[in-house]
Write a protein that binds this ligand. Structure first.
Ligand SMILES: NC(=O)c1ccc[n+]([C@@H]2O[C@H](COP(=O)([O-])OP(=O)(O)OC[C@H]3O[C@@H](n4cnc5c(N)ncnc54)[C@H](O)[C@@H]3O)[C@@H](O)[C@H]2O)c1
Length: 452
């Protein structure tokens, strides 16, 4: 790519609430590439504001429009934009469909959608139809029909969609991907991953602050408790599979020479949210009467066309420290995130784990070597910088993103498939082939670059 690519460090530090990463300026040598990408932000809640702050650090992005139905979030976003010394964008906050007016703007090349899950696919479809390069938060879709909608709309319009899966850019994940590409693990056989995150205080709060005490949700909740908890109440499914499965799918080339074939899922009983409500709101609180449908620990096993298995866990309603529980295993050895350990036959002492630290350092990914210092303040340990960087660089050139509509569909399909499998006592469910056979000849994305 670019030999002209360079950073310009600016001494001015952005205002309060904005991370202290120096501004970056990126020059492109692709003649068709835009120098400046005009971005519309749809949804500026907690996540959208994080993305906003990251794009405000860049001289190659202009935020020309923002949209959110909550005036408090609009005020916060405008404040961040003004403190960053940027021009006031157009604001859309009239009602739930006002985002469509944002999509009508000529002055928007690309959109970043960070709204509640039920809005994701409908907004992404409208954005692609309007010709806007589309960045979509995770999980991308809720139903099988929505998964197909993403693929069909991408194919019909020719507009690109990137699923903004930041965990694919985590430093250890990219180092392990580097090891996979260099064949250190040999032929890949088995993966484990999941979303294992105690979200009780996110799904339930006091309606005043996102992580406040309290056991309210829905209309009485704030931020994610206003919408996410409803999915736990009504769906027994892995509703958030992509943080875990995204990195694993990339390592085993899903949709590019490999694909998900089938899945079985099992759910435990669901007691965690009820217990939390009783403990913190008392047994007479109206929410203590609710029966949450979602099992506390949901375990899905995926089989791939190349003969690997991937165990995906959803574990968000019980007390536990955070872990995505990664394991990457091949014919020559394995990495396990829990325990931070590595074993490579012929290099490690026989039958003894190595600490993974030296391995991950040795195989540090070129992206992190180059941008790691700048990424630090970007959110989630730096990975949020890289996912937005990949989005912006791909959108400026209007080329296919690293994580595309087929990935968004295949990864998100775990939600409806796990739901049907659980309902039918673990009955195997087939994945649709979202690539319509093209996985056979699609080439793996070149992940080993140092630019995006
Ligand atoms: N990748 C990650 O690490 C990560 C982290 C957090 C959240 N997320 C994802 O980001 C998304 C948003 O999560 P959040 O934590 O910011 O939630 P949030 O509730 O804080 O923000 C959502 C925002 O969308 C707005 N909104 C709702 N309907 C709208 C509409 N029709 N038009 C315009 N705005 C609308 C809400 O007013 C709110 O401000 C979710 O999909 C979530 O899963 C991803």
């Amino acid at each position: 790519m670019s030999s002209r690519r360079h950073f310009i460090k600016q001494s001015a530090i952005a205002g309060a609430g904005i991370s202290m990463v120096p501004n970056l300026t990126f020059g492109m040598n692709n003649n068709n590439a835009k120098d400046v990408l005009k971005v519309g932000m749809i949804g500026v809640g907690l996540r959208g504001t994080n993305h906003l702050n990251n794009v405000l650090q860049r001289d190659d992005v202009l935020v020309t429009a923002i949209c959110d139905i909550d005036p408090r979030r609009v005020t916060i976003a405008l404040d961040h934009i003004s403190k960053a010394g940027k021009k006031k964008p157009e604001v859309f906050s009239k009602d739930e469909l006002d985002y469509r007016n944002l999509l009508d703007l000529q002055d928007v090349d690309a959109v970043i959608i960070s709204t509640p899950w039920l809005w994701h696919t409908r907004m992404a479809k409208d954005a692609m139809k309007a010709g806007k390069y589309t960045g979509l938060e995770v999980s991308a879709a809720n139903t099988m029909e929505e998964c197909w909608d993403l693929v069909n709309t991408h194919e019909e319009t020719g507009t690109h969609l990137m699923i903004l899966e930041n965990v694919n850019y985590r430093r250890d994940v990219l180092a392990v991907l580097n090891m996979v590409k260099q064949n250190v693990f040999g032929e890949l056989v088995h993966f484990r991953c999941g979303y294992q995150h105690d979200l009780r205080f996110v799904k339930l709060n006091d309606g005043k602050s996102a992580y406040g005490k309290g056991v309210e949700f829905g209309d009485k909740g704030i931020s994610e408790s206003a919408w996410r908890t409803q999915h736990s109440l009504l769906r027994n499914a892995d509703v958030y599979p992509t943080h875990g499965v995204g990195p694993m799918a990339t390592m085993c080339d899903v949709n590019r020479g490999n694909r998900f074939m089938s899945l079985t899922s099992h759910a435990t009983k669901g007691i965690g949210l009820h217990d939390y409500i009783v403990k913190n709101g008392g047994k007479d609180h109206p929410n203590a009467k609710l029966k949450f449908k979602q099992g506390d620990v949901i375990t899905s096993t995926i089989e791939t066309a190349n003969g690997e298995t991937i165990i995906v866990t959803h574990d968000c309603n019980l007390p536990r420290p955070y872990s995505l529980g990664f394991r990457v295993q091949g014919s020559e050895g394995l990495w396990e995130k829990d325990g931070d350990r590595m074993y490579i036959e012929g290099v490690s002492d026989p039958h003894r784990w190595d600490s993974s630290e030296a391995w991950l350092e040795k195989y540090d990914h070129p992206l992190w070597k180059r941008f790691g210092e700048h990424a630090q303040g970007a959110g989630h340990g730096g990975m949020d910088f890289f996912v937005i960087n990949a989005f912006v660089e791909s959108a400026k050139q209007n080329i296919a993103p690293p994580l595309d509509a087929y990935d968004a569909a295949a990864w998100s399909a775990i939600t409806p498939l796990s739901e049907i499998s659980i309902e039918n006592n673990g009955e195997p469910q087939d994945f649709p082939d979202f690539t319509r056979g093209m996985w056979v000849k699609r080439k793996p994305y070149n992940w080993m670059k140092d630019n995006y």
